[in-house]
Design a protein around this ligand. Structure first.
Ligand SMILES: [Zn+2]
Length: 450
């Protein structure tokens, strides 16, 4: 991996200390790209005429009347025989016209946070009269699809039964692989016709994500909703090839991926922050009444650094998602049960915030143990956002926040550089599929794990 232009000094001795990749310049090309895109952007259509009556919303051959809610079963496969994997889509169709926002969970079957959050949003506690998603109060339409990988949910697997990752198969095709057909159908029936897409994920098995948003900040509608989410950490990335988010952006749909927590867990805090962010986006798009809340600061990140184990054994990690660490701080220790008297410390290579940490204790040399956003500015602001006892970032939506903050009051801290390894999650070991699933994995192995 080229070290961002830095040359390693040759000393003649074998290299012990790994060159640290801390990039301090947002690629100027990218910076210009984002600015140019935002400056040039004119909304694709005028703001909706809020006084006009809404039309019926059509979804999969069904008509939904303004001011009503309907659940439609969308079969993910077009078959006469065998399992069509029907998945529920709840449509909340507002009384007045507005944008269509699609919210998806469970693209990876073992990621529970999005499936729980999206399911909760379709329940009475949110949709009853006077509640936040009361269709009688809404301008626009919300489509909630909590389970985009029904067999994966049942089997608690990331992949579809053919071993493929739905989030690498978009746009798919009607005649392609099983998962490719599902992707194609999801794209045609659910994503097309949306103005915005919010796709909810967690880290894969063995690690834990700080609640964060990922979006292509050079795509104005995506940039808009990423900021509107009201969260501290926004990672600027286009998303892996074949991902639903990237495909939706290709169709001009403003898209973001929310990441929070880890696989197999209904992480309550990550669910709460997801809902908080979704309601912020809906308020910001004027779909539901009220003012969106904003974070104290935003970390707009386009660079990161990996912390790896240099020894093998059992990892005792002292940090977790959101931990703010100083350069040189001991963040964990590796012990070898076969040689109990020995241990090796893991040192933070830079000051920063962990946006993801390992929770699988088994490591070999080179195993990533954490994904660090190195922070060189805005330190005092960040300190104010930390939990004093744990030194961890308090994410908006997880604790009491002020009711209102103006956009100009939000400090933006740029974390510059490039994603090491080519993608946000590129370096993580992924959960390994079963033997029958292995065959198709290689193609998606090296990409970011959105
Ligand atoms: Zn995922």
């Amino acid at each position: 991996m080229p070290e961002n232009g830095k040359k390693t000094q040759k000393t003649g001795k074998p290299k012990r200390k790994k060159t640290l990749k801390v990039s301090n310049q947002i690629p100027p090309k990218r910076r210009r790209e984002i600015k140019k895109a935002l400056d040039a952007h004119e909304p694709a259509r005028p703001e909706w005429d809020r006084l006009a009556g809404a039309k019926q919303h059509r979804f999969f051959g069904k008509r939904i009347k303004p001011g009503t809610i309907r659940q439609v079963e969308l079969p993910l496969l077009d078959v006469k025989l065998g399992d069509s994997w029907p998945t529920p889509v709840t449509i909340i169709h507002g009384i007045r016209p507005g944008p269509t926002i699609t919210i998806t969970g469970g693209v990876h079957g073992d990621e529970m946070v999005g499936q729980v959050a999206t399911s909760l949003l379709s329940q009475n506690v949110f949709t009853d009269p006077g509640r936040p998603l009361d269709p009688e109060m809404m301008a626009g339409t919300i489509r909630l699809a909590p389970v985009l990988n029904p067999p994966g949910l049942t089997r608690q697997r990331r992949y579809f039964p053919d071993g493929r990752d739905l989030n690498r198969e978009f746009p798919g095709s009607e005649t392609g692989s099983t998962t490719g057909r599902v992707a194609n159908r999801v794209l045609k029936e659910l994503i097309t016709g949306s103005d915005y897409l919010l796709d909810l994920h967690t880290a894969a098995r063995g690690r834990d994500n700080l609640p964060q948003v990922r979006a292509d900040l050079a795509h104005p509608p995506s940039n808009r909703i990423a900021r509107a989410f009201g969260i501290e950490v926004i990672l600027d990335s286009k998303g892996p090839k074949g991902s639903m988010r990237r495909s939706a952006v290709d169709f001009g749909i403003g898209s973001l991926t929310y990441e929070g927590g880890g696989a197999n867990l209904a992480d309550h805090e990550a669910v709460q922050i997801a809902i908080h962010g979704i309601l912020n986006v809906l308020r910001s798009l004027h779909v539901i009444p009220g003012n969106p809340s904003r974070p104290k600061f935003r970390l707009l990140a386009s660079g990161s650094t990996w912390v790896r184990a240099d020894e093998g054994g059992l990892l005792d990690l002292f940090v977790s998602r959101g931990s703010f660490v100083q350069e040189g701080e001991v963040i964990g220790r590796i012990v070898d049960p076969q040689r109990p008297s020995d241990s090796a410390d893991i040192i933070a290579p830079a000051r920063g915030i962990f946006i993801c940490t390992a929770n699988n204790p088994i490591v070999t040399p080179g195993t990533p143990v954490g994904h660090l956003l190195p922070v060189t500015r805005g330190i005092n602001l960040i300190r104010k956002g930390l939990d004093k006892k744990t030194n961890k970032l308090i994410v908006s939506g997880s604790k009491g926040e002020p009711i209102w903050r103006e956009d100009f009051e939000v400090e933006e801290i740029m974390i510059e550089g490039e994603w090491s390894g080519g993608g946000v999650d590129a370096e993580w070991q992924r959960d390994w599929p079963t033997a029958s699933e292995k065959e198709h994995v290689e193609a998606s192995e090296e990409e970011d794990a959105d």
